[in-house]
Structures are given as structure tokens and as C-alpha cells.
Design a protein around this ligand. Structure first.
Ligand SMILES: Cc1cc2nc3c(=O)[nH]c(=O)nc-3n(C[C@H](O)[C@H](O)[C@H](O)COP(=O)(O)O)c2cc1C
Length: 422
């Protein structure tokens, strides 16, 4: 190309922003887009978070630096082996339920009331005759030593600090006796029944003997869990998993002290494919503890739970790890609260990350809100102080949300403070 030709080409070339502006002007003039304000949209101010984005190369270095619970997850990601992080983070299949749990909260708006004295706030929550200073509880999560060497003991000590209700998993890496000692107050025991009655009964009797006054039967783990994120991350883990994890279920339960002394031969899974209401009746005749059913997501099952003598239920989809129903728990909560009609306490978990999430559920009628992954982020990031800070942040946000709503105590959080966004 000769020099004069090159100049002509350059003259005709326009830079990208000019080109984009011209195109938008053209679009704005087009009858096709009459009535839509394309240029105004183009000039809209950016979301303020673009000026102070969360960056993954500047992680918090102490729990105090955290401004919300999300700050802990990338620190945990940095500290914990990929397979273990994947076990925590994973949903199931397309992770539709996992996302729905967060998006569900956007469907509900708060209706704050004004001119109410919120100088003194009372977050005390009463459950089965026990009072806790907070409605925020710790959901059962298995294998906590995969995230920090202190595992469930760190969680129990953090729960003790703020006197939070804690539910210990069947597949915890510490025994129910150790957890109760570390917590300094009875914890609830979560029961994976397995498909063998003798194992379920043995676990339940042991928990009762240890002092657990409430047993939470988990009803939502039936099929093999297709945890794709977990599998993908495990493939990136270069450590020799076999040096800790032996093959099969027998080796798995061997590392879970709650099974010590039980004959686990013949069990094929910790979940139970043969779980029916009959099991609840048998369990009633076996232990004197209160019985709670976890993993319900419909009004029909909530009514059956009452008919079958359950003392409380936990509305839960296992944090999006059980089935990809696409149903968030906050979406399911109103129909369940209506069906239960105050006859037994309703707890809820799955996707709770903010104080506003928590007050939405409480205002809709939940007695307490359990959290899972957020405290594991705190644990994996900083051990016990991380868990404490996560609980503290959620408590602070819940207090702030209550003040803004005009609710000086939990009983002032009423359904009229929440409306489903249209
Ligand atoms: C790593 C992990 C392990 C879990 N282990 C158990 C368990 O052993 N028993 C159980 O009933 N639920 C278990 N869950 C489900 C939680 O109890 C709870 O329902 C869920 O985490 C709440 O959702 P969230 O993580 O979004 O807060 C586990 C959840 C996670 C993330």
C-alpha cells in the first residue's frame, strides 16, 4: 500500500468509542427502538462497587478485617486443599438449587416501619424451654477437620463464645461427647439413619446418653449425590487422597467417632433409602430426646411431621447439595409456616448470608435460622476466631436490620414486614 492510500484508510478509521456512540445514536433514531432510552442507559452511572471491587489478590489477613461473611471464602480457598474446598462449596448437578437459595431472597422485600424506639434490642430466642441470645444457629456439617485441624471443636468453642445453638453432624470428626464438652452446653445431634435400624438406634442412644436433648433426623439424603464441582476440584488436587481416605463407606465411618463400637456391616450409605414415618415412631420408642426432622420443603410434609409427633422441623434443601429441585427454602417457608400454624417451631437454613436474609425468615415466622457454609469459610480461613467473627458479623447485620425495620425484639418481626416482590 502506498503512503497516500494508507493515509486515506486512517482518515476513514474511527476509534471504538466513537463508533459505539454513532451506533447508539443510529439505534436511538431507529423507529424500532422508539420509546427506549438507549443513550440515557449508556450514560448511567456505574454501580459504586466498581470503585471498590472485591479483589481476590487482596485477601483479609485477620478476622477483624472482614466486612461481611463473604470475605472469608477466598481465604479458605487459599488455605484448604482443592478437594476439601470442593466438598464444602459444591451443589448438585447444575447447582440450580444452590443459586436459587441466594436469589430467593431477592423475591422478598422488607417493609420497614418508623418512629419505633429501637434503642435497646433483644435478640433472645427461646426454643424448647431454653433461651439463646441469638436466633442464629450452626447447622450440622460433616468432616470439619477437612477445613481446619481443630474442626468441630473450634466450631463448638466459637458457638460457646456467643452461646449459639449448635447441631453436631453424625459424620463429625469429633464425638458427641467431645462436642458437648467443648460447647459447654448440650448440642443437638444430627442423625443420618443409614439403612440399618441398629446403627440408627445405636447412634441415637449414644447421643442421648452423652446429654444431647434433641436429635435432628436428616431426611433429604437419598440418592448418590452428583457433586460436580467437588469432583472437578478433586481432580485438580495433586495430593494422594488415599493416604487419608480408604476405599468405601466402611473406611469413611471408621474415621467418624460417633460410629465407634457400632456394627456398620451391611450399611450402604449414611443416608437412608428406606426412611419412612415408621422410623420416627421407632425412634420415639427408643430415645426420650426431642425429635426434629430436617430437610422438609413442602407444606404436605410439614403437616405429616406434626401428625407423626415431631417436635420441630428444619426447612432445608441441604444447602443445594441434595437435589436440584430449584426450590429455595425462603420460597418454601411461607407455605410451611401457614400449614404448621404455630403448632411446632420451624427452623430454616440454606443460603443465609446476610442479616436481611435472616430477618426475612424470622418475620415470615421461622424460629431460628441455621447457617452452614459461612461458618465453614470462617473455620477454613482462621479456625475458631474465624467462626466467631462470622457469627458476630451476622449477628451485627441482624441487629442492624431489626433496627431499620423497627423491631426491638424477635417477636416484633411480623409477616407484615415482608412482602413478595412482584
Ligand atoms: C460441607 C457440608 C457438610 C454438610 N454435612 C451435613 C451433615 O453431615 N448432615 C446434615 O444434616 N447436613 C449437612 N449439611 C447441610 C447443612 O446442615 C445445611 O443444611 C446447609 O449447609 C445450609 O446451607 P448453607 O450452607 O447455604 O448455609 C452439610 C453442608 C455442607 C456445606
Amino acid at each position: 500500500m502506498i503512503a497516500s492510500q494508507r493515509l486515506a484508510v486512517r482518515k476513514n478509521m474511527i476509534d471504538q468509542p466513537t463508533c459505539r456512540r454513532r451506533f447508539l445514536k443510529f439505534l436511538a433514531a431507529s423507529p424500532l427502538l422508539a420509546g427506549t432510552d438507549v443513550l440515557a442507559q449508556e450514560q448511567r452511572l456505574p454501580d459504586p462497587s466498581v470503585w471498590g471491587p472485591r479483589t481476590l489478590d487482596k485477601l483479609i489477613t485477620s478476622p477483624r478485617e472482614a466486612i461481611n461473611v463473604f470475605d472469608f471464602e477466598p481465604v479458605m480457598h487459599q488455605n484448604v486443599p482443592p478437594a476439601h474446598f470442593g466438598y464444602m462449596a459444591t451443589g448438585i448437578d447444575d447447582e440450580v438449587t444452590l443459586r436459587a437459595n441466594r436469589e430467593g431472597f431477592l423475591k422478598f422485600q422488607l417493609r420497614p416501619r418508623r418512629m419505633i424506639d429501637v434503642e435497646t434490642l433483644d435478640l433472645r430466642m427461646e426454643l424448647f424451654g431454653q433461651t439463646y441470645p441469638s436466633p442464629i444457629a450452626l447447622a450440622p456439617t460433616g468432616s470439619n477437620r477437612a477445613f481446619h485441624e481443630d474442626g468441630e471443636l473450634a466450631v463448638a468453642r466459637a458457638a460457646r463464645q456467643g452461646d449459639h445453638l449448635q447441631v453436631l453432624s453424625t459424620v463429625a470428626t469429633v464425638s458427641i461427647e467431645q462436642a458437648i464438652e467443648a460447647r459447654g452446653r448440650p448440642v443437638w445431634f444430627q442423625l443420618y439413619p443409614t439403612n440399618k435400624w441398629e446403627v440408627a438406634a445405636g447412634l441415637a442412644r449414644r447421643a442421648e446418653k452423652a446429654g444431647a436433648q434433641t436429635i435432628v433426623v436428616t431426611a433429604d439424603v437419598l440418592a448418590r449425590q452428583n457433586w460436580e464441582t467437588f469432583v472437578r476440584l478433586r481432580r485438580t488436587d495433586t495430593r494422594n487422597c488415599g493416604s487419608c481416605h480408604g476405599p468405601g463407606l466402611a473406611s469413611f465411618v471408621q474415621r467418624k467417632p460417633n460410629f465407634d463400637g457400632l456394627d456398620v456391616s451391611g450399611i450402604s450409605s449414611t443416608g437412608a433409602t428406606n426412611l419412612t414415618w415408621e422410623f420416627i415412631k421407632r425412634l420415639r420408642d427408643t430415645v426420650k430426646t426431642r425429635l426434629v426432622l430436617k430437610g422438609l420443603i413442602t407444606a404436605e410434609d410439614a403437616i405429616l411431621a406434626i401428625d407423626n409427633g415431631l417436635d420441630a422441623i428444619v426447612v432445608s434443601n441441604h444447602g443445594g447439595r441434595a437435589e436440584d429441585s430449584g426450590r429455595s427454602t425462603i420460597d418454601a417457608l411461607p407455605e410451611i409456616i401457614e400449614a404448621v400454624d404455630g403448632r411446632i417451631p420451624v427452623l430454616v437454613d440454606s443460603g443465609f448470608r446476610r442479616g436481611t436474609d435472616i430477618v426475612k425468615a424470622l418475620a415470615l415466622g421461622a424460629r431460628a435460622v441455621c447457617i452452614g457454609r459461612p461458618y465453614l469459610w470462617g473455620l477454613g480461613a482462621f479456625g475458631q476466631p474465624g467462626v466467631e467473627r462470622v457469627l458476630d458479623l451476622l449477628q451485627q447485620e441482624t441487629r442492624a436490620a431489626m433496627m431499620q425495620l423497627g423491631a426491638p425484639s424477635l417477636k416484633h418481626l411480623v409477616p407484615a414486614m415482608v412482602r413478595r416482590a412482584s
